[in-house]
Structures are given as structure tokens and as C-alpha cells.
Design a protein around this ligand. Sequence first.
Ligand SMILES: [Zn+2]
Length: 106
Amino acid sequence: MTRVRLKRQDRSRTARGPCGACKFLRRKCVNGCIFAPYFDSEQGAAHFAAVHKVFGASNVSKLLLHIPAHKRLDAVVTICYEAQARLRDPVYGCVAHIFALQQQEL
Ligand SMILES: [Zn+2]
């Protein structure tokens, strides 16, 4: 049983299914997909759902194209954080965290 499960995992990793973004958007994940390095097909889809809802997939892809490749991971992490904060708190988003931190400081 364990061996079969491991084999299946290996195959899916080498065959490379759609990335989380393409999986969520139900589109074909092309070679060189801009989202593929940052959204895996497992948890990436859930993260991308938040990003798409708040910013829109095409806006995020345009934004990433303007950022040098070595800085894109930081941008994606920030975008995910902001999207999740905005869904939790639609009015203040991540500004609510900043207010909370400022209150601690005083
Ligand atoms: Zn993709």
C-alpha cells in the first residue's frame, strides 16, 4: 500500500500537472507559466483563489511580468499575504495588522 502511494506521488511530481493557479482557473498550464514556480498544485490553488478574488489573475500576471525574476517570490508572498488579510478584513486588510503593531509600540 505504502509503496503504491509513493510511486503515484513520484509520477505526479515528474509529470508536472497544472500549477495551483491554472488548476484554480481550469486552464492549461503552459511551459513557462508565470504562476507555476510559486503556486504548487496542492496548496497553491487555495492561495491563488484568495489572490484572484482580491487582485484578479490577469492583474497579478501583468504585475509579475514587470518584476525581475529573482524578486518575484517576495512579490508573490506579499500579494498572498495582502489578499488573505483583505479577505479577513475587507475594510482595512493588512493595515489592520499595522495598526495592531503600532498599538503595541505605544
Ligand atoms: Zn500554470
